[in-house]
Design a protein around this ligand. Structure first.
Ligand code: PAF
Length: 282
C-alpha cells in the first residue's frame, strides 16, 4: 500500500495503473475508520484492480466549527486497517493541497439537497459536492463507494454525477451495525459510556416502527418514532421524515412510494447521530 499526500504523486501512480488497463475504484472518507468504512474498502477491492481510499476531513462541509475541530483523527490506525483490507493507495492530502484557493463553487443539486440535512445543515452538501467532485476529478474512478448510513448524501452525489456528466458509477453499501444495533459512525467514539448505552435505542425504535407501520398511517408511524425516542432523557430528535428513496420527497401515504425510507437525526447528548430504515409494507 502506498500513501500519497499530494495530487501530483497520486496521479503519477494512477496514470501508470491506467496504462496497464487497471480499473480504479475510490472510497472517499474523512478517516477515523471503523468496520463500516472497511466494508466499503473490501467491496472496492473485490470489484476493482486498484482501490484508492482518500482520507480528508473536509472543512467546507462542516457548518459547525466545533464539530470540525473535534472530529476524530486517527491516521496511523487508519493506515493499518487499510493495509489489512487490501487498499492499494491512500490519498491523505492537507488542506492547502485540496483548497489552494477558496472553493467558491455553488452547486444546485435540486430538491434532494434541500430537504432534511439540507435544511438543518445549510451548506453541508455544497461542501460535500466541492470535495467529492475534486476527488473524482483527481482519481477518475470507474466506481465510487458510499455507505447507506448517509442515505441523503448518496442521493446528492448521484445528482451531482448527472449534473456534471461524470462517468463514475456510484455504489451504495449497506449500513454496518454494532451487535446492539447502533449504526457505526466515527462520531460514536464521542459518546460517553452512559450515552453509548442509550444510543442503540434509535435503531431499536426504527426497527419496531416497521412492525408498527403495518397497521398505522405514515403520520402515526412518525409520531411513534419521535415520541418513543424523545421520552428518553438526553435523546432529542432533530427530524424524523419518511421519504421516497429516489426523490426524497415526503411520503404521506404508504401507497405513495415503492420504497419509503425513514431518515432520522438524533442528538444523543451533544453528539449528532443519523440512521435510516426501509419500510416494506405487506
Ligand atoms: O461521508 C463522508 O465521510 C464525507 O461526507 C465524504 C463523502 C468523504 C466527503 O468528505
Amino acid at each position: 500500500m502506498k500513501i500519497a499526500s499530494n495530487i501530483k504523486d497520486l496521479k503519477l501512480y494512477l496514470n501508470k495503473e491506467r496504462e496497464s488497463k487497471k480499473q480504479i475504484g475510490l472510497v472517499p472518507t474523512m478517516g477515523a475508520l471503523h468496520a463500516g468504512h472497511i466494508s466499503l474498502v473490501r467491496q472496492c477491492v473485490r470489484e476493482n484492480d486498484v482501490c484508492v481510499v482518500s482520507i480528508f476531513v473536509n472543512p467546507t462541509q462542516f457548518n459547525d466549527k466545533n464539530d470540525l475541530s473535534t472530529y476524530p483523527r486517527t491516521p496511523e490506525q487508519d493506515y493499518a486497517l487499510l493495509e489489512a483490507a487490501g487498499c492499494t493507495y491512500v490519498f491523505a492530502p492537507g488542506e492547502k493541497e485540496m483548497y489552494p484557493e477558496p472553493d467558491t463553487r455553488i452547486f444546485n443539486f435540486g430538491r434532494v439537497a434541500e430537504v432534511m440535512e439540507g435544511k438543518y445543515r445549510p451548506g453541508h452538501f455544497n461542501g460535500v459536492g466541492q470535495i467529492v467532485s475534486k476527488l473524482f476529478d483527481i482519481v477518475q474512478p470507474s466506481k465510487a463507494y458510499f455507505g447507506e448510513k448517509d442515505f441523503q448524501q448518496i442521493a446528492v452525489i448521484r445528482s451531482m454525477v448527472k449534473l456534471l456528466n461524470m462517468k463514475v458509477k456510484i455504489v451504495a453499501c449497506p449500513i454496518v451495525r454494532e451487535k446492539d444495533g447502533l449504526a457505526l459512525s466515527s462520531r460514536n467514539t464521542r459518546l460517553t459510556p452512559e450515552l453509548r448505552q442509550k444510543a442503540p435505542l434509535i435503531a431499536h425504535v426504527l426497527q419496531e416502527s416497521t412492525t408498527f407501520a403495518q397497521k398505522h398511517s405514515v403520520e402515526e408511524t412518525i409520531d411513534f418514532v419521535i415520541d418513543t425516542i424523545n421520552k428518553e432523557s438526553e435523546m432529542e430528535i432533530e427530524y424524523y421524515e419518511i421519504v421516497d428513496s429516489a426523490t426524497l420527497e415526503a411520503v404521506s401515504d404508504w401507497k405513495g412510494s415503492n420504497d419509503p425510507v425513514g431518515c432520522i437525526t438524533v442528538y444523543c447528548g451533544k453528539v449528532r447521530l443519523i440512521d435510516n430504515i426501509h419500510y416494506k409494507l405487506s
